[in-house]
Design a protein around this ligand. Structure first.
Ligand SMILES: Cc1cc2nc3c(=O)[nH]c(=O)nc-3n(C[C@H](O)[C@H](O)[C@H](O)COP(=O)(O)OP(=O)(O)OC[C@H]3O[C@@H](n4cnc5c(N)ncnc54)[C@H](O)[C@@H]3O)c2cc1C
Length: 387
């Protein structure tokens, strides 16, 4: 029997492994990639896609095509749990995939159930009704849904004056609000009112130099930042704060921060405090040496990491090396998260804010740098599709 490598998710941390599937196949290993979508969308360009700077085709990677052209097997499905003792991964379609080595790059999700008003209301009769009630409520992840949101917003802006709410006060909230503003200008319909519900403090994790710049850009655009406390419940028509204050809305983005995939809890694997897969310096499960992981879904035990694509990207070469080394029976390589990373937010209107160490600046140049880096990144991987 050929040794079997199973990759769960084809996200940012698996890109280089996907690029090199041919090497595994040449050595006689079988490689299966299980992911819920044929494409992987590059999150750094997601808000720009929402704002119509990029098309959806420009920001995505054709996972299925790359995997199959390099001799791997692509399965469109979602892994729901694994049995780490028997070394089997189970999917939503009730298929079982035995593995010798497995790597998780299953990303993260926006935990929003706790503030969405649910079926408890007496007059809500069934699930269809609940789904309809949620049709104008979009989480900022998965990124592909931002395209759907963008199309709906264009229709809304043409139809009537509206209010767009962004729940959450971090970077993705700022990027989404800024790009909704841009989209409205490009659409040439009714200009919406845009409100950010930022809890008690907008961009609380960031220094004043960043906060003030974003405040000033948004003030000029008429984007309202509400810092009167946390949101208690959300429906498609109403945002209610914990204090009881109610705001009307027509469309809602949920940007509440992200949590690692729920897979690890379902599989009884050791996790970190955030419920991410607990991994050691080799990006390897602390309990099961044949399990690895990268990106937002892991808890890196030596040093907890921010949930940013930068770390997922930096993990790529180490994951490639370690997955191959584990199959070959060679020594593993440790992951070094490296120095502070460059952060650039796309605020729409071809404006950005750049931060590196203590250095901060905003404006068109910041956006241009981000645009250049992001386009270069995705083009590198899209080039593999053409091979
Ligand atoms: C709006 C927004 C903008 C952002 N901008 C930036 C930025 O500019 N720079 C930056 O560094 N970070 C940015 N981030 C953070 C960045 O998105 C994440 O850190 C990054 O996506 C993590 O990559 P990942 O590969 O771990 O996860 P993901 O990109 O989420 O990829 C996970 C993959 O796994 C698949 N998957 C999920 N569940 C399963 C399952 N059960 N079985 C199989 N496959 C599964 C998914 O389909 C997906 O393809 C942004 C985040 C958001 C929300």
């Amino acid at each position: 029997m050929r040794k079997h490598l199973v990759l769960v998710g084809g996200g940012h941390a698996h890109m280089v492994t996907l690029e090199n599937i041919g090497q595994f196949v040449e050595k006689g290993y079988k490689v299966t990639v299980i992911a819920p979508s044929f494409h992987h969308y590059y999150s750094g360009m997601g808000p720009g896609m929402l704002g119509n700077t990029y098309t959806s085709e420009a920001i995505r990677f054709d996972t299925k095509r790359v995997v199959t052209s390099l001799g791997g097997i692509f399965v469109k499905d979602r892994v729901v749990r694994i049995d780490p003792d028997k070394k089997i991964a189970f999917t939503q379609a009730e298929k079982a995939f035995p593995y010798d080595v497995l790597s998780f790059n299953a990303g993260s999700y926006v935990p929003m159930e706790s503030i969405l008003e649910t079926l408890e209301d007496k007059d809500r009769e069934d699930k269809d009704r609940e789904n309809k009630d949620r049709e104008n409520i979009y989480p900022v992840k998965p990124i592909e849904r931002l395209m759907e949101a963008s199309e709906k917003l264009k229709l809304l802006f043409k139809e009537k004056p509206s209010t767009i709410s962004v729940v959450g006060g971090g970077p993705s909230s700022a990027e989404v609000a800024g790009n909704v503003w841009q989209l409205a200008r490009l659409t040439k319909g009714y200009l919406p009112k845009i409100r950010i519900f930022a809890g008690k403090k907008f961009m609380a994790r960031f220094p004043d130099s960043i906060r003030q710049r974003i405040f000033s850009v948004f003030l000029k655009r008429g984007i309202e930042i509400i810092e009167q406390g946390y949101v208690k419940t959300v429906t498609r028509e109403r945002i209610t704060l914990e204090s009881g204050i109610i705001f009307d809305t027509d469309f809602v983005f949920m940007a509440l921060g992200v949590k690692p995939s729920t897979l690890f809890e379902a599989s009884g694997l050791p996790m970190g405090p955030d419920k991410g897969l607990r991994v050691n310096q080799y990006l390897q499960s602390v309990a099961y040496p044949e399990i690895f992981g990268g990106g937002d879904c892991i808890y890196f035990e030596p040093q907890p990491l921010d949930k940013v694509g930068v770390y997922a990207v930096r993990e790529n070469p180490v994951l490639l090396h370690n997955l191959m080394a584990k199959l070959d029976g060679r020594p593993l390589e440790p992951f070094d998260p490296g120095p502070d990373y460059l952060l650039i937010f796309n605020l729409g209107g071809k404006t950005g804010i750049l931060r590196k160490n203590k250095w901060v600046f905003g404006g068109r140049l910041a956006f241009m740098i981000k645009d250049y880096i992001d386009r270069k990144f995705i083009k590198r991987f899209q080039a593999i599709e053409k091979n």
